[in-house]
Design a protein around this ligand. Sequence first.
Ligand code: DUC
Ligand code: ZN
Ligand code: ZN
Ligand code: ZN
Length: 462
Amino acid sequence: MQLIALTFTSPLVPDHVTVLDATGKFVMPGGIDPHAHLAMNGLGMETVDDFFSGQAAALAGGTTMHIDFVIPVNGSLTAGFETYIKKAMKSCMDYGFHVAVTKWDEVVSKEMEIMVKEKGINSFKFFLAYKGVFMVNDELLLEGFKKCKSLGALAMVHAENGDAVYEGQKRMIELGITGPEGHALSRPPSLEGEATARTIRLASFVNTPLYVVHVMSIDAVEEIARARKTGQRVIGEPTAAGLALDGSGVWDPDFITAAKFLMSPPLRAPGHDKALQAALSTGVLQLVGTDHCSWNSTQKALGMNDFRKIPNGVNGIEERMHLVWDIMVESGQISVTDYVRVTSTECARIFNIYPRKGAILPGSDADIIILNPNSSFEITAKSHHSRSDTNVFEGTKGKGKVEVTIAGGRIVWENDELKVVPGSGKYVEMPPFSYLFDGIDKLDAKYLSSLKAPVKRFKSTA
Ligand code: DUC
Ligand code: ZN
Ligand code: ZN
Ligand code: ZN
């Protein structure tokens, strides 16, 4: 570890201590991105950002930990986990994993137990979309929710109605709408709203906490707001792209320009972005992810004649901290304290790694950033650190720049220069039963006692 003195005044420190002057700037815990896909396989290809390049980009943008998603191999969680642990060997910052569950049987049920008890996993993701690939039905979802609850693991959902999306895609192709706009048109906000409503009700039926990933629409926000008002434990995660952009980009006549905006759920019509910002500022949504899943132009071009073959995903792991500062703090929608909460602390609390992460405290990992509120940033593919040749935020300018990133006690980003070492990042095990589970058993007992005693019946003589 480096010896670093962070100071707002003239320091009196020995020569071998590096002094960072933070006068007029904010010193904060490093960002934690709860949702990114590095080295992810899809449509027979791999994303351009792996665990090294994606994390280097993250560090350049003030994020010091990310949580990735283990995708099962032929339905096997164990095989999936091993694959991802290998992919992550080149990490230059700390990382954790959620595990996706895509089928159901006794083996998967047992594997979930092993993941929680032996592998440091405390969250499982269920896809309601991607029919025929990852999509689960309500029966599997209920089994999965029950299992999560018994293990103290958080259930996460990709909430879009996959059957309806499939129908919508067929409809677009029949109408001859094969370009990127067909993607958005085939999966409107109502399908996100329906799936969000359904999963929220099923999670309530099981009485287990729920985390809705990449909330993209007013329709989904309204469902989450209503559930939270009744006291249900539902967490909602907007993404950097969802907060910063609307979906008009997919209408661009240039194919590549349009295709780079393609993600699922899609970026929405103007207005949804503002509603997501408002929901974040009022606490209806709690933390910001990215769904960073980067493909280059050549890969996106494979769907030139059919939007269903365009790989889904946008960047954001490097841009999230800057964008959230500019859109939410600089604009006056949230305080600096809330900024730390939505970019770092809340994620650490939900995934039960606070105060090791998400805090600057004695005993915490030294993941620290210095953000200069008076310095500006401009996002371009030319200057970003991702391996992609495009950037969905191209040309975006704003205020609030991360000038220094310290990860695990080492300065890794300073003077616009990265000093990253492959293999230096550590796997962070996440223990079960986060605060979201506090008192769940009492609610179960209340439910049971509310059931009327069985009616004593006799055989009717009538
Ligand atoms: N949507 C997902 O659900 N996963 C990865 C990329 C995307 O856009
Ligand atoms: Zn940057
Ligand atoms: Zn998803
Ligand atoms: Zn995702």
